[in-house]
Design a protein around this ligand. Structure first.
Ligand code: NAD
Ligand code: DAO
Ligand code: ZN
Length: 369
């Protein structure tokens, strides 16, 4: 079938809106009509050419919501008409990782997903007869997309897809990080570095956990008002201080925070986030994705003296099992998606969404098909 799509033909170039061909779902696959998708920093990272796994031409996008149109042979967990969120972190419930109970990093489709292909090693997308790669197992910047059954979370059909699409990445990642990677408890102190969609979701998760102090850090003071309205108790711009930001936070919080979260992808900030943690127990969670080949460093004594460094993908959330519950929480108002949606645009204007992100003017732009 034909599908309107925003195609990344080349690194560093704007997406092009074209009509691509989408082949029917094969065994174990699902064809989805995407109704809305968010645009995440990770899409911009891949489009920039800095992503070592980035492939071109491809259909980017991984924060979508849609409706199942057709299922391939053997698919049992969803049927046409079901409302779904595609998952960049699959959940097969059979692999060593899924069965471990220790991680959400299912490996069932990992190898082919990283190569921009479906599990059988081929692509369902083409343009003028030329193959186009998939992206993160989702490719939500297309009106129609094909994903593996293990990469589909079935959600309540009453949920507004143009809002709950944000649970496909940013909001789930941030809130999940506070619940799964960290276990923020009432009264805990938290520092959040980077106040984009991920950092603000961490703030929302920390507030839900009744954290005492939530220190929000960004070099763009334009982000502070929203951060405060979402629960930040203090906002700090590193540019306003002569001292390293970790020292500023240690001084502000009687020796450091219980938990910190790096939501930028900057290896220097990752170090600051670790070093602003309290001696003896403070833990720092890396969420941001750094550029290819970059490395983190600190003095090992930081760890010897009790600080812990960890990281998380998709907030540690198991998509098929846990995402439907988070959608229910959003429907009950326990997760508030509205503050994240700063802009709404049609597919044809998707490049504006990237501009707004780069200019620091948006948190999430939702693209409507
Ligand atoms: P974003 O670009 O919207 O937000 C980043 C924020 O960091 C901006 O407000 C920016 O002003 C701020 N910033 C930049 N440099 C800074 C510095 N030196 N000090 C303080 N603040 C600084 O991005 P986003 O969509 O919120 O994504 C954040 C990061 O999380 C990205 O690296 C993205 O790839 C990553 N990510 C990770 C996962 C995961 O599962 N681990 C999921 C989604 C996104
Ligand atoms: O190797 O098993 C694996 C999974 C690797 C991908 C995990 C995603 C990491 C975060 C990327 C940003 C998400 C938008
Ligand atoms: Zn698995």
């Amino acid at each position: 079938m034909k599908s309107r799509a925003a195609v990344a033909f080349e690194a560093g170039k704007p997406l092009q809106i074209v009509e691509i061909d989408v082949a029917p779902p094969k065994a174990g696959e699902v064809l989805i009509k995407i109704h809305a998708t968010g645009v995440c920093h990770t899409d911009a990272f891949t489009l920039s050419g800095d992503d070592p796994e980035g492939l071109f031409p491809s259909v980017l996008g991984h924060e979508g919501g849609g409706v199942v149109v057709e299922v391939g042979e053997g698919v049992t967990s969803v049927k046409p008409g079901d409302h779904v969120i595609p998952l960049y972190t699959a959940e097969c419930r059979k692999c060593k990782f899924c069965l471990s109970g220790k991680t959400n990093l299912c490996q069932a489709v990992r190898a082919t997903q990283g190569k921009g292909l479906m599990p059988d090693g081929t692509t369902r997308f083409s343009y003028n007869g030329q193959p186009i790669y998939h992206y993160m197992g989702c490719s939500t910047f297309s009106e129609y997309t094909v994903v593996a059954e293990v990469s589909v979370a079935k959600i309540d059909a009453a949920a507004p897809l143009e809002k709950v699409c944000l649970l496909g990445c940013g909001v789930t990642t941030g809130i999940g990080a506070t619940r799964n990677a960290a276990r923020v408890q009432a009264g805990d102190s938290v520092a959040v570095f980077g106040l984009g969609g991920i950092g603000l979701a961490v703030i929302q998760g920390a507030k839900q956990a009744k954290a005492g102090r939530i220190v929000a850090v960004d070099t763009n003071p334009g982000k502070f008002e929203l951060a405060k309205s979402m629960g930040a108790t203090d906002c700090v711009n590193p540019k306003d201080h002569a001292k390293p930001i970790q020292e500023v936070i240690v001084d502000m919080t009687d020796g450091g925070v219980d938990w910190s979260f790096e939501c930028i992808g900057n290896v220097n900030v990752m170090r600051a986030a670790l070093e602003c943690c309290h001696k003896g127990w403070g833990e720092s969670v890396i969420i941001g994705v750094a550029g290819a080949g970059q490395e983190i460093s600190t003095r090992p004594f930081q760890l010897v003296t009790g600080r812990v460094w960890r990281g998380t993908a998709f907030g540690g959330v198991k998509g098929r099992t846990q995402l439907p519950g988070m959608v229910e929480q959003a429907m009950k108002g326990e997760i508030d998606l509205d503050p994240f949606i700063t802009h709404n645009l049609p597919l044809e204007s998707i490049n504006e969404a990237f501009d707004l992100m780069h200019e620091g003017k948006s948190i999430r732009t939702v693209i409507h098909f």
